[in-house]
Write a protein that binds this ligand. Structure first.
Ligand code: MG
Length: 252
């Protein structure tokens, strides 16, 4: 009897560990003093904090350089319609330079315990988006970071190309909230990454995702009440601008 109880306790412990919600710093841990979102310092801060992941946004400049910035604008310049040199000359809010995706991957290599969550932004045509996806995948491969990154996108076409063109086992989650988890499974995605409002409107989607072997990531959750809601409802990941509060609620 004692052995059975011990075994059950171990099983419970294992399942509790597996179910622990993980934290993804939205655009890096930019809330730390002196940083700004999507900068090399925000990625470094997330690595130093030891969170599961650090999210970033990737756009291509007019002259074909992949850069990490949310967009669509950098100051008065449209990123996708402006050359890299012009964009690079405009300092970010904290004085850092606009980072290239290449520079971001170089920093990601320095501490792979924190995954890089790469959001591939929409571009103007399907052909352009395919080209950007290929470049992103090639850059990650060059840095040997395939096992240390995951991909997200709002555009279904971009997610589909990532699944089609990426390596076996690539992790892709859809952001736009319009597809059921079962449908995403059919498309070959490995997760859903939806706004908290979408998840609250579809209370069965966390279970449906898990039943289909998909991960559940919820964005962008910053206040204590909603962070706790994600944890209580079994989200695998929370994407947050407030990783310190998420860690506190998780007892980290
Ligand atoms: Mg993003």
């Amino acid at each position: 009897m004692k052995n059975i109880i011990t075994f059950a306790a171990c099983l419970f412990a294992v399942s509790t560990v597996c179910a622990q919600t993980q934290v993804i710093a939205h655009r890096g841990f930019h809330a730390k003093q002196g940083s700004a979102n999507n900068t090399l310092s925000s990625l470094r801060n997330a690595q130093d904090l030891g969170v599961f992941g650090s999210e970033c946004d990737v756009n291509e400049t007019q002259d074909g350089v992949l850069v990490v910035i949310h967009g669509p604008m950098h100051g008065s310049y449209n990123i996708q319609h402006t050359d890299f040199a012009t964009l690079r000359a405009q300092a970010l809010g904290n004085g850092e330079s606009l980072p290239t995706f290449e520079e971001y991957l170089t920093q990601a290599e320095k501490n792979t315990a924190t995954k890089l969550i790469i959001e591939v932004k929409d571009h103007d045509t399907p052909e352009h988006e395919t080209r950007v996806v290929k470049k992103v995948l090639a850059a990650v491969k060059k840095h040997k970071l395939q096992k240390h990154v995951e991909y997200i996108a709002f555009r279904q076409f971009v997610c589909d190309r990532l699944v089609e063109l990426g390596p076996k086992g690539i992790k892709v989650a859809y952001l736009n909230g319009t597809l059921s988890p079962a449908y995403c499974k059919g498309l070959g995605y490995t997760g859903i990454d939806y706004h908290i409002g979408v998840m609250k409107n579809h209370p069965n989607w966390i279970k449906q995702a898990h039943d289909n072997g998909l991960t559940v990531n919820i964005w962008t959750v910053n206040d204590t009440e909603n962070l706790q809601w994600c944890i209580d409802n079994g989200a695998d990941y929370i994407t947050t601008d407030n990783p310190l509060e998420a860690n506190r609620l998780l007892g980290k």
